[in-house]
Design a protein around this ligand. Structure first.
Ligand code: TGC
Ligand code: FAD
Length: 395
């Protein structure tokens, strides 16, 4: 029997029944509710917020967290949901990553019992939308150089600063804001209607158009003590959230890549030039093979990383390897797939150019490709190369 061109190594055979069910359920949701309109939403620069109640009903928000109304699923179930969502659009996966991994996770991990009870069930139901404010205009790859501060004033905290490029910023009810304090870097739960808080849309994006991206200004925002996350006071707080979200990206990028490969495979079988199907040209076949192998390789890598997580053995550096490989390969697949479609490939009538444009963001956020290269280089050599050597050179 000839292997399935869309799952050549039967990677689905590595999944449990419940993992396959999650993947199939999310794929059906994407097919029935997303694919028909995503091109229009993307072109119009609209996040389809109307899908949020259904996504909540399916348990997508905080799905890998235990208790507090969360689905308590495994890492591979979470990953397969991300993969199938991103086969629809990276903006949808981003929405779910931010809500679950960047906002609900820090509350779950570092919040007080009262904070968990107050926020997590409502966030799981999609009634409260979150955003995660770490990046600043002058602190991107190096978030430890942030300038946002929080200082104690009586029993309250006062936060001042600016955050940039914040997914969901303009639609969020609650912002998880990371700020420097005299006690170290702390996370704060900032209701977006607090006086002094403003969100401004980032306009003219040609990537992640079906996603809201904003700049946040915090000008003397006053919060009571109970809005500070008590469980962490260092960069480990925000960086550990990134590891959660990067895990979703390792899987998700392969969803976008698969969608591009699938579109190219289908197109190649229908398009004729020089009197024959373009799929009969050796050069086209080489492109299809290259894409198929990349998608299968990345899917295997994602499942392995998910399994390591479930066994409690996964390190942040292994997640970096997954993001490094899978996002880099997904972009390469998108470019190759676009070439198979010729001129048609540049339009929104096909999904490829939209995925390619989105993947440029995925290549940059959650740690740029360069930063993950350096994290891996550090792991291999023991030498951190993030900063230029001082006068004495690196030790
Ligand atoms: P460093 O000194 O290396 O570490 C400080 C503390 O943090 C711990 N740590 C981690 N823990 C868990 N996961 C990780 N990935 C971790 N990385 C570091 C570390 O063990 C240490 O703990 P402790 O207890 O000893 O204090 O920190 P550094 O400031 O030198 O950072 C190094 C570097 C460059 C790797 C880090 O800054 C980095 O990853 N930079 C990239 C920034 C980034 O990824 N920003 C993403 C912003 S959010 C976003 O893009 C959301 S997009 C929306 C979506 O996901 O859809
Ligand atoms: P810079 O850090 O200025 O990097 C510029 C270039 O320099 C890159 O090529 C980079 O790889 C390279 N570079 C930097 N440092 C080094 C080094 N040491 N060695 C070699 N090369 C280096 N952030 C949030 O906090 N929350 C969000 O929800 C969020 N959502 C986002 C959504 C979108 C659509 C986008 C585009 C970004 C989002 N981000 C978010 C921000 C994102 O995490 C940052 O863009 C990213 O961390 C890179 O920072 P930067 O853009 O400032 O680039």
């Amino acid at each position: 029997m000839v292997p399935d061109p869309l799952d050549f190594l039967d990677t689905a055979g590595l999944l449990s029944d419940s993992e396959r069910l999650v993947a199939q359920t999310v794929r059906e949701f994407v097919t029935s509710q997303v694919l028909g309109e995503i091109g229009e939403w993307w072109e119009a620069g609209e996040l389809p917020l109307g899908l949020v109640p259904e996504m909540a009903r399916m348990g997508m928000f905080g799905m890998h967290l235990e208790g507090y109304g969360c689905a308590g699923m495994g890492a591979v179930e979470y990953g397969m949901a991300a993969l199938e969502l991103e086969a629809g659009d990276s903006g949808l996966r981003s929405f779910v990553s931010v809500q679950g991994s960047l906002c609900m996770f820090p509350i779950h991990q570092y919040g007080s019992e009262e904070q968990k009870q107050e926020w997590l069930p409502r966030m799981a139901r999609g009634e409260v939308i979150g955003c995660f404010g770490l990046t600043e205009p002058d602190a991107g790859s190096d978030p430890g150089s942030m300038r946002t501060t929080a200082r104690r004033a009586g029993g309250d905290w006062i936060i001042d600063g600016t955050k940039a490029w914040i997914t969901n910023g303009g639609i969020a009810d609650l912002a998880v804001i990371w700020a420097k304090t005299s006690e170290g870097v702390r996370g704060f739960l900032v209701p977006t209607d607090a006086p002094g808080f403003e969100a401004h849309p980032i306009e003219r994006k040609v990537s992640m158009r079906a996603s809201v991206t904003s700049a946040l200004v915090l000008d003397g925002v006053r919060l009571p003590e109970e809005m500070m996350l008590p469980g962490v006071a260092s960069m480990r707080g925000p960086l550990s959230c990134l590891t959660e979200a990067r895990l979703g990206i390792v899987f998700g990028a392969m969803g976008a890549a698969r969608a591009c490969y699938e579109a190219a495979l289908h197109y190649a079988s229908e398009r004729r030039q020089f009197g024959v199907s373009i799929s009969s040209f050796q050069l086209t076949q080489a492109k299809l093979v290259e894409m198929m192998v990349a998608v299968q390789r990345g899917t295997l890598l994602a499942i392995r990383i998910g399994r390591l997580r479930e066994e409690g053995k996964l390190t942040p550096e292994q997640v970096s390897m997954g993001k490094y490989n899978n996002v880099g390969d997904a972009l390469a697949v998108a470019r190759t797939a676009r070439s198979v479609l010729g001129a048609n490939g540049i339009t929104l009538d096909y999904p490829i150019m939209r995925h390619m444009a989105n993947l440029e963001t995925v290549y940059t956020y959650e740690g740029t490709h360069d930063i993950h290269t350096l994290i891996l280089g550090h792991a291999l050599t023991g030498v951190p190369a993030f900063r230029a050597p001082g006068p004495a050179g690196r030790s």
